[in-house]
Design a binder for this molecule. Sequence first.
Ligand SMILES: [Zn+2]
Length: 295
Amino acid sequence: MDTALEARLRLQILDWVRERAEANGGFLHRQELLSFRIDGHDLPIIDFSRGIRNPAEFSSTLSIVTSASGPYDDAESDDGLLHYAYRKGDPWTGDNRKLRTAMETGQPLILFRKEQPNILTPVMPVYVVDDEPENRQFVIALDESFRYMGDVRELSEPQREYARRLAKQRLHQPAFRTRVLLAYETRCAICELRHGSLLDAAHIVPDSEPLGLPTTSNGLALCKIHHAAYDQNMLGVSPDYRVAINHAVLEEIDGPMLKHGLQEMHGRTIVVPTRAKDRPDRDGLAWRWERFTRA
Ligand SMILES: [Zn+2]
């Protein structure tokens, strides 16, 4: 296939994945990726049975799938880059050759993080930035700038810090959102709104704190309004799952959003996940509740 055509298709695919993920709440279902069509042709975005998608007519890799091991990614290293092992077999042909072409041409790929069977969180665009034949692996970065940083094995401390920050924003946070939204069946814990595109995963203990881990039990699925109200301490959730609205807000007089969206939530009980291990951690809620009552 002509390089310009491949590049155009690739960008169309990236746009489509981004839009679908936004509509769902940050993730896609395996089936919708397998049944993707463009210009009247089938063009699956992931492979049916393998963790890498190399369409026959494409010169470089379109997507890779990695698995989640806890909150972190199995390909992730502590330098904030992803280390992707060579595919089995000859390092110079097939999948490995197409990953190398992606590195040489700088074409963007999609990394899909598999959170659960059939559910994938897209992280994109990502770039193959290094080839380490001695370790039989490629290095994948979450930002194009790493293509121009010289030897990624010799990054300066500020560059490493940047890579780690990117991993948090572009990999850990989207994956956290997917896990939390799935646990809450894509529903705001407070008002039960069911639009994935309007839902966030709020941290109970913020991620700036040592205990603020991106685990489901440190999360709450909240709509955008309730997330912002929670972060502003206008709204609190007690360790026994009660919603409280702060006094000043309760006494205000304003339009329907204030009345129905906030004041009427006072005293409700949040909706929690079915699985006990996904439910909000009571100690985390207590930590946060104390800050709400003090505010
Ligand atoms: Zn809500």
